[in-house]
Design a protein around this ligand. Structure first.
Ligand code: PXP
Length: 244
């Protein structure tokens, strides 16, 4: 399979985490989104969590209105958040599982337990013209269930890969991701991946031609503290497109 340009979606949640740390109105994730767009990313991602710990409704609306690239709203299949998403109509929504006490998203969607709820949310969003992605673990059952549900694309969870310590563990996780990506492509899905991707481990992920898009947040916003946001985004795009 030919290796094409891989798209970067920058998750700006952690600019809002920093804003929250002091209860100020800066740094503004809306400004951050505009800077990331200027630096060449393909989309902006923000997660409106039930507990509103970082991104707020106002951020999501203003990001959507102030960028020309697609806005991808990450969200749980929760009634209140879904009502907001149906009203604001982001270009894309990515459904993720959410637990109140987690530091960040832990694991992909449980499409066995929550099949009906997720299917209902996917259909409602699609009826409003929103492209819907499901965040799933790198396993066959999840991907086949995503196909049955009829979402538009999938995002493979790279969290376990990013946390793996030994070479053996890393290689095992890479194989799982690769197999999942191949299956998803064979089912006609566009394949994104994300969670825990950083400036070092991105090299292994972009070797997989099946993956068309990476959604990256924490590593980019962290690096921006050292080198600035434009540089942090440009460096990541450079690494992502060195797909040898
Ligand atoms: N993709 C999904 C579905 C996520 O939930 C997150 C975290 O919000 C990311 C990508 C980005 O993860 P990270 O901040 O570790 O790069």
């Amino acid at each position: 399979m030919a290796k094409t340009v891989i798209k970067l979606g920058v998750n700006v949640d952690h600019t809002a985490t920093l804003r929250r740390a002091r209860g100020t109105d800066y740094p503004d994730p809306v400004v951050a989104a505009m800077i990331c767009e200027y630096a060449g990313c393909a989309s902006i991602v923000a997660h409106l969590r039930e507990d509103r710990r970082h991104i707020q409704e106002r951020d999501a609306i203003l990001i959507r209105d102030n960028i020309k690239i697609p806005f991808n709203l990450e969200m749980a299949a929760n009634k209140e958040i879904a009502a907001f998403a149906l009203k604001m109509r982001p270009a894309q929504a990515t459904l993720v599982p959410e637990k109140r006490k987690e530091l960040t998203t832990e694991g992909g969607l449980d499409l066995g337990k929550y099949y009906k709820k997720i299917e209902g949310t996917v259909k409602k969003l699609q009826d409003k013209g929103v492209i819907v992605s499901l965040f799933v673990d790198a396993d066959k059952r999840s991907i086949e269930s995503a196909k049955k549900i009829g979402c538009d694309l999938i995002e493979i969870n790279t969290g376990r890969f990013s946390e793996a310590k030994t070479t053996r563990e890393i290689n095992r996780e890479l194989s799982r991701i690769k197999e999942a990506a191949q299956l998803a492509r064979s089912l006609g899905f566009a394949v994104a991946a994300g969670h825990g991707i950083n400036y070092a481990n991105v090299r292994d992920i972009v070797k997989m031609p099946e993956i068309e898009e990476l959604n990256i947040g924490h590593a980019i916003i962290s690096r921006a503290v050292y080198v600035g946001l434009v540089c942090a985004v440009e460096e990541m795009i450079g690494l992502m497109n060195n797909r040898k």
